[in-house]
Design a protein around this ligand. Structure first.
Ligand code: HEC
Length: 152
């Protein structure tokens, strides 16, 4: 007499088919996240073109700034251990006009606001290059709400 355990009723051999949709959705979500992070950590300075500024000038200035000035004044214009922030009321147009930027690059700077020491001239840059850099710096200042030095 065959004794079958009633609790071990034969299970029909039906392969379980689980939907892959949740996995696909998870993968897509992960990809979107990775792309978003990659886009937010780009090495370029954030060239926010302030209203009234020529985007092409600002973009060209951002590139020149990154290559020539960022090492001391910071990629974000907030300064470094060896140079002052340009996003500072000191460098607003009523305190350091555009011509002060041209002179700084052409002749260098005798330190007078900070203790970083002098800035040496960057003679390879033309006035036209510096005009583009100024457009970028002013655009960043305006985006940061720096329009004038109230103490000046
Ligand atoms: C090697 C470091 C270094 C580099 C590179 C550099 N700077 Fe400077 N910059 C300084 C220092 C230091 C000062 C002096 C701050 C002070 O007044 O004490 C200064 C001052 C300035 C000033 C203020 C001038 C003034 O009359 O007070 C401007 C404007 C300026 N830099 C713009 C630039 C621009 C634009 C570039 C790129 C083309 C640049 N700097 C590259 C270090 C640097």
């Amino acid at each position: 007499m065959s004794r079958t355990n009633p609790r071990q009723a034969p299970v029909p051999a039906r392969p379980k088919r689980r939907s892959r949709l949740p996995l696909v959705l998870l993968g897509v979500g992960f990809l979107v996240l990775v792309i978003a992070i990659a886009m937010s950590v780009g090495g370029e300075p954030a060239a926010t073109t302030a209203p009234g500024r020529d985007p092409a000038m600002v973009a060209a200035g951002a590139e020149l700034f990154t290559a020539n000035c960022a090492v001391c004044h910071g990629v974000d214009l907030n300064g470094t251990a060896v140079g002052p922030p340009l996003l500072h009321p000191f460098y607003a147009p009523n305190h350091h006009a555009d011509e002060a930027f041209q002179r700084a690059v052409a002749y260098g700077v005798v330190p007078h606001h900070w203790d970083f020491g002098p800035m040496l001239p960057l003679a390879h840059l033309t006035r036209d290059d510096v005009s583009k850099i100024i457009a970028f710096v002013r655009s960043e200042q305006e985006a940061a709400g720096i329009f004038e030095d109230p103490s000046h």
